[in-house]
Write a protein that binds this ligand. Structure first.
Ligand SMILES: Cc1ncc(COP(=O)(O)O)c(C=O)c1O
Length: 420
């Protein structure tokens, strides 16, 4: 069967069995069916090649990294899943590798099946420490399980599912005073959940000092601090962790996405010994059949080795500086015209904020037409997010910036016509 012939069948199967909404969305973008990927590119069934600056941040190492693929293949053949009764050296190896790059003091690990599962584990650990009051921030995104949604700060995803966890309040992101006041009311029973930089919330960077002030306030009130670095961690923002950039060490630190090396699905909770104590006492208080599967752990360990050896955090920092400057230059006309409000980011987490969600949608469509895959921001529809891999070469960087310039020009022209 030719690769092209697969397409109608896939589309029909989606419509019939996997959700018409998903199929409609894909059709609006051109109906591409992805069939292969390596490095920074994804190839579709028509053999068109796309530069992947999306993937919701999972591909910091690019696609199909040979070291990660080899480790997973080898482990799949040897012992893919564990009995969960005996000890597992692959699990231990991944834990050592993760603790090796963790902020000081965070030397306990729970490997989860996803980012949202890591969030669930963190919320349950908080409960086991008597932290029944949850303080989240507006625009925060932590996954779509009921617990994670309770911490998230977007009514669109929360409202259809109320009542969620009780005792939850949300304060403005970046406002340490508001957090301090909320802590004053909740006191020692509080668990605070923050992303150091909001990713789905629109690549929002708080002012320098916010995270440190939030951590101080938590300490002063005896609250537990959970930093969600699922989108920002393991090198994405040009350091191993965004919290390192503010010298903050939380009680619990969440990782995911890039931790899987673009090959395996995974989440993780890094914890201090105190915060982890309930899991020391009872390892079954939060567990899952497939959590820490050897197949996944082999991928995590190989991914961390590659991230270290290829010096990905510092590459992400250097590439990010060039990319941010390039995006600002290519979108200068739109910035002047007020169609783009801001171009911002850190490392390889970058965002372009448009004046309206419709313009962001048009820009995304124009980028895909130029074979560049961006991310949509679930909690901020006016922002288009770029999360390219650290292996992006000079030609690919030019590809991205040319596409951004052309897509921006198309959005500018369309909106100029509309306003005439
Ligand atoms: C900051 C943050 N936390 C948690 C999650 C949830 O992770 P997952 O989709 O793996 O459940 C996401 C996903 O986008 C995220 O960006």
């Amino acid at each position: 069967m030719s690769t092209v012939a697969v397409t109608p069948d896939v589309d029909a199967t989606y419509r019939r069995h996997l959700g018409a909404g998903r199929a409609r969305l894909a059709a609006a973008l051109g109906g591409q069916v992805e069939i292969a990927a390596h490095g920074a590119v994804v190839i579709d069934a028509r053999q068109d090649v796309y530069l992947d600056c999306g993937g919701y941040g999972a591909f910091l190492l690019g696609h199909s990294h040979p070291r990660v693929v080899a480790a997973v293949q080898e482990q799949a053949a040897r012992r893919a899943l564990a009995t969960r009764l005996f000890l597992d050296p692959v699990h231990a190896g991944a834990a050592r590798a993760l603790v090796g790059v963790a902020p000081p003091g965070l030397d306990r690990v729970y490997f989860a099946t996803s980012g949202a599962d890591a969030m669930e584990a963190a919320l349950k650990l908080a409960r086991l420490h008597g932290k029944h009051r949850l303080i989240g921030v507006h625009g925060g995104f932590h996954g779509k399980t009921l617990g994670a949604l309770s911490a998230s700060g977007n009514p669109t995803f929360r409202d259809p599912f109320v009542p969620l966890l009780p005792g939850v309040v949300h304060v403005p992101f970046g406002d340490a005073g508001a957090l301090e006041r909320a802590l004053g009311q909740a006191g020692e029973a509080a668990c605070v959940v923050i992303e150091p930089i909001q990713a789905e919330g629109g690549v929002r960077l708080p002012a320098t000092g916010y995270l440190a002030a939030a951590a101080d306030a938590c300490r002063a009130h005896g609250a537990l601090l959970v930093l969600d670095e699922i989108a920002t961690g393991v090198g994405r923002v040009g350091a191993w962790w965004a919290c390192e950039q503010e010298a903050v060490v939380p009680d619990l630190l969440l990782a995911g996405k890039a931790l899987g090396g673009g090959v395996v699905p995974v989440g993780a909770v890094l914890a201090t010994a105190d915060a982890f104590a309930p899991l020391d006492r009872d390892p079954f208080i939060h567990s899952a059949t497939f959590a820490a599967a050897p197949l996944v752990m082999a991928g995590v360990r190989a991914a961390l080795e590659a991230l270290v050896e290829e010096e990905v955090p510092s590459r992400a920092a250097q590439l990010g500086v060039r990319l941010l400057a390039g995006l600002r230059a290519e979108l200068a006309h739109l910035l002047e015209a007020g169609l783009v409000r801001a171009v911002r980011g850190r490392g390889l987490l970058l965002g372009v904020e448009f004046a309206a969600p419709a313009m962001a949608g048009e820009f995304e469509y124009e980028l895909v037409a130029r074979r560049v895959i961006p991310n949509h921001c679930l909690n901020h529809h006016s922002v288009v997010r770029f999360t390219p891999p650290a292996c992006l070469g000079d030609d690919e960087l030019r590809w991205l910036l040319d596409a951004v310039a052309d897509a921006g020009a198309a959005v500018l022209a369309r909106n100029a016509r509309r306003s005439r």
